[in-house]
Design a protein around this ligand. Structure first.
Ligand code: NAP
Length: 471
């Protein structure tokens, strides 16, 4: 396993890191477990100041933190700055709300005074992807730190500097030793950590392939897990959509982060009356991108994260074309050694095309023409995935009606997709299970312990499963 930063714009190998030794893994788990035992008795309030400090640190050091992302995986510096600031918002959100979310809840029952108390579950193993190296970490770190679950994590092999920068920021914010530990693990070591009896939960964000592998091990060892996986999100343009809004948003919904977003609009499903207009607008935007140095504010499309990712996407596009798709538009090649993928628009992808239903993780738009809105919804649902989605329609109400027919985890109507701390994030079908962010996101790895108390047993009031006999 080679953890290595290779700048995808310059192709320079910036730094290579050694894998974690078995001794370091053991030491990290032992520290995390000891901290869990301590945190079990510490109120949530004791951890809140660290989250506030972490938020402040992400605000104060936005540019230096953002630069690490750009060098690790190539994203535009301006997008990296946005990611850093979103991390600050997430840390602040849980600093503001964790105590309220984790308050005991009273239950009305004849059994006695009953309440659900939220306790930490134990040490968690997180496995995270390269596309938003800090944001993905903050989604799992901030809520679970507030709960009191220490985390060991494996970040993507291509973003080791981001992993270390995040771990360092958490440490500098005052988190105790063992609260968050980066481990440069091989896949086998990930399985060993998941199997370790001190680990009680597993959170993975990544591809279906990675999700299946890690969920299988989590299942084998009965570890609670959340899976945030890929998608083929639909962007539905209903017959009465406001096309000025559609054409302003559609290209951004595909090209943001060089198209490498789980919730990027990957399939544009357009009613026939709007088809030509959408295609023309996409072509206009795709042909006017400026590829170049991601640190340059004038650049509008970044390179892809790696040569491997670029080659994989090219193979998928070739497969689509061999299967009968039409390349409606392909950006002319540019003279640059960076891992740039030429923005591409594919049409005429039929159901028998081997590329149909595949997640294309880069600046490639698939555009589908449909007769009417019902057909648009049916095509949107003809997917193994169900992560996000966008619907543009003549009114918010009608758009919401269509949105609720889409089998997916999140839908935005008449606006762009955005991730914010208070909005629950997650999918259905092969896009995974569980939710991160929002109130639900803090309860994924909580022991919701039921405590029923009374001064003495009450023999006159009982029901349910109780001992029928006196001995
Ligand atoms: P990936 O290959 O699954 O990698 C994600 C993480 O899983 C990496 O840390 C990777 O390590 C690790 N991993 C992969 N296979 C593993 C195995 N067998 N055992 C242990 N760890 C394993 O995903 P990706 O292709 O880099 O990321 C893009 C995918 O993530 C897309 O499908 C995207 O839609 C999805 N995604 C989903 C969300 C969401 O919230 N639903 C958010 C962002 C991205 P290595 O780097 O060492 O391979």
């Amino acid at each position: 396993m080679a953890y290595q930063t290779t700048n995808p714009y310059t192709n320079e190998v910036v730094k290579t890191y050694a894998d974690a030794t078995p001794e370091y893994v053991e030491e990290s788990l032992a520290k995390a477990q000891a901290l869990y035992k301590k945190w079990r008795n510490d109120p949530v309030a004791t951890r809140i100041p660290v989250l506030r400090k972490l938020a402040q640190l992400f605000r104060d050091e936005t540019d230096s933190l953002a630069k690490v992302l750009t060098i690790d995986m190539g994203k535009l510096f301006v997008e990296a700055q946005g990611e850093v600031l979103l991390c600050a918002q997430i840390a602040e959100y849980y600093a503001d709300h964790a105590e309220e979310f984790l308050q005991p809840r009273t239950i009305n029952t004849i059994a006695g005074d009953a309440q659900i108390e939220d306790h930490p579950l134990g040490v968690l193993m997180a496995v995270e992807p390269w596309n938003f190296p800090y944001y993905q970490m903050m989604r799992i770190f901030a809520p679970n730190f507030a709960v009191g679950d220490p985390i060991v994590f494996k970040h993507a092999a291509i973003t080791p500097a981001s992993a270390l920068a995040f771990e360092d920021a958490v440490r500098r914010a005052g988190a105790p030793d063992g609260a968050l530990t980066n481990l440069f693990l091989s896949y086998d070591q990930v399985s060993q950590v998941v199997a370790d009896k001190r680990v009680q939960g597993v959170a993975l964000t990544g591809s279906e392939r990675g999700g299946v592998a890690v969920a299988e091990v989590a299942g084998k060892y009965l570890k609670k897990n959340t899976m945030e996986l890929g998608g083929t999100d639909a962007f539905i343009v209903a017959h009465d959509a406001n096309m000025a809004d559609v054409t302003a948003i559609a290209p951004r919904a595909r090209l943001y982060n060089a198209g490498q977003v789980c919730t990027s609009s990957k399939r544009f499903i357009v009613t026939e009356n709007n088809y030509d207009e959408l295609l023309a607008a996409l072509k206009d935007a795709f042909s006017s991108v400026k590829m170049g140095d991601p640190m340059d504010p004038a650049t509008t499309l970044a390179p892809m994260n790696s040569k491997k990712a670029k080659e994989h996407l090219q193979a998928q596009v070739d497969m689509a074309l061999d299967g009968g798709a039409t390349a409606y538009y392909v950006h002319e090649p540019i003279d640059d050694e960076g891992q740039f993928f030429m923005p591409t628009i594919l049409t005429d992808i039929t159901k028998d095309n081997p590329a149909y239903g595949k997640e294309m993780f880069g600046p490639v738009a698939q555009v589908y023409k449909v007769k009417d809105d019902a057909e648009a919804v049916a095509l949107a649902n003809d997917s193994d995935y169900g992560l996000g989605g966008i619907v543009f329609a003549g009114s918010a109400e009608y758009g919401a009606e269509l949105a609720s027919q889409v089998e997916t985890g999140m839908v935005f109507v008449n606006t762009f997709f955005s991730s914010l701390p208070e909005l629950e994030f997650g999918g259905v079908k092969k896009s995974g299970f569980g939710r991160e962010l929002g109130q639900t996101g803090i309860s994924s790895f909580v022991n919701q312990e039921l405590v029923v108390k009374r001064e003495r047993p009450n023999e006159n009031e009982f029901g349910g499963l109780v001992l029928p006999h006196k001995f």
